[in-house]
Structure formats: C-alpha cells, structure tokens
Design a protein around this ligand. Sequence first.
Ligand SMILES: C[S@@+](CC[C@H](N)C(=O)[O-])C[C@H]1O[C@@H](n2cnc3c(N)ncnc32)[C@H](O)[C@@H]1O
Length: 225
Amino acid sequence: MQSVEAFYNQLSNRYTELISRCVPRYDEIFYNLFYYIPDDLEPLQILDLGCGTGNLTAAALQHYPQAEIHALDISADILKECQQRFADKSNVYYHQQDFSDLDFELESFDLIISSIAIHHIPDYEKTDLYDRVHSLLKPGGVFVFADQTQGINEEIYQKHIGRWKEEAFKLGSTEADWQLWMEHQDAHDYHSPVSWHLNQLEQSGFDEVDLIWKNIMWAVMWARK
Ligand SMILES: C[S@@+](CC[C@H](N)C(=O)[O-])C[C@H]1O[C@@H](n2cnc3c(N)ncnc32)[C@H](O)[C@@H]1O
C-alpha cells in the first residue's frame, strides 16, 4: 500500500486545485477557525500541523502577518510547494516532520493550528499528538484545528459520506476525483467521532475544550491550555 507521504508527494502540484473541489465550505472552515481565537491571545509563534501546499498557512499569514509561522508536513514534495508559495516571506519556516516525532522546544508556541490532516493518523497516535501539542503550547495557548470526523454510529457515518459526495459533485468533482479520494480514504484515513476528540483533548490536560463549528463530517475543534 502507498504511504500517506508518497500519496501527497505525487499529488503535490495538483493538491490546491483538487481540495477546493472536494471539501464543502472550505473557506468557511478557515474563517471560523480564526474567528474563535481568543481576543486576549496575541500569537507570535504559530505551528501549522500538516500544512500541505499552505492553504491554512496563508490564512494565518493574513491574520497574523507579524508572527513566526512554522509549517510542518511529512511530505517533502508538498512542503516544497508550500515553500515556493511563500518564497517572498521571511517569517515562514519549514519542517519535514511526522506528527509522531515533533521536534520543538517545550512551551514554544502561542497557537497550534491544523486543517484536514490529523485524521491521517490512528487514534493511539492522535492521543500522543494531543499530549505533545499540549506540551508545546505556552500557558494560555490555543490549539484549534479542522478535521474530518466519524459519525457516532455507522449509519450516520455512511450518511456523512453520501452527503459529502453530493456536495463534492456540486463543487465540480468528477467521478475520477471521487474515486481518488475514496481510495485515499480507505488507505490512509482514521476518522474519529467529535466526542472522542473532545474527550482526548481534556485527557491531555487542556483546561477548556469546545466544538466551534461543524458541517456534515467537517468539524472545527478548539482547546485552550
Ligand atoms: C488533506 S492535506 C491538508 C493540507 C492543508 N492543511 C490544507 O488544508 O489544505 C493533509 C496533509 O497532512 C500531511 N500529513 C499526513 N500525515 C502526516 C503525518 N503523520 N505527519 C505530518 N504530516 C502529515 C499530508 O502530507 C498532507 O499534506
């Protein structure tokens, strides 16, 4: 089976265009992710987990042009696309790292963000990742991320997939695009219910945890240290 790294390496130059035809209300996800960042938080150090070609990194740069933004991805090729996209920015730093092996100083970030990436690791790795994210945030720091989630039972989950297909086709996805995502999903996706994520974030020590936005299977979750 092709690894998630190889999949994104091979997709790197088509990714930005493909994702816009695949994820319903993609812009709204980003809008909400930043809208709920607390007014009293001034993020100077930001980490973007699973940056891909840099769609979320670009939004972070718009909101916080003065911040130091660390864009991290396992795929060298997609990270290269991200690097080319922000070639004129001196405040974006690139890290080819796996979520299971984050190598940063403790308490070095004010804000950790991620979009549609964490579902690529199994639940036991997500648990470790949430512990690690908690340890990398400064006190009062925020972890806010968007991801695909599972329904609380199989029927709801299958209905989510059906609704996703309807919306992806409205956005212009073709049958070939859909097959690509479904094969990718079978090989690399580990969706977990929203309640599972919120519970794990609490277990990792976050003081406040909330679901701030949801549409079909896409959720934006928020946690403050
Ligand atoms: C669907 S893309 C999302 C990219 C971007 N955040 C966006 O919203 O367009 C998921 C990204 O997560 C990365 N990824 C998957 N598993 C990873 C892991 N274990 N460690 C680091 N990055 C990973 C992939 O290489 C890919 O670039």
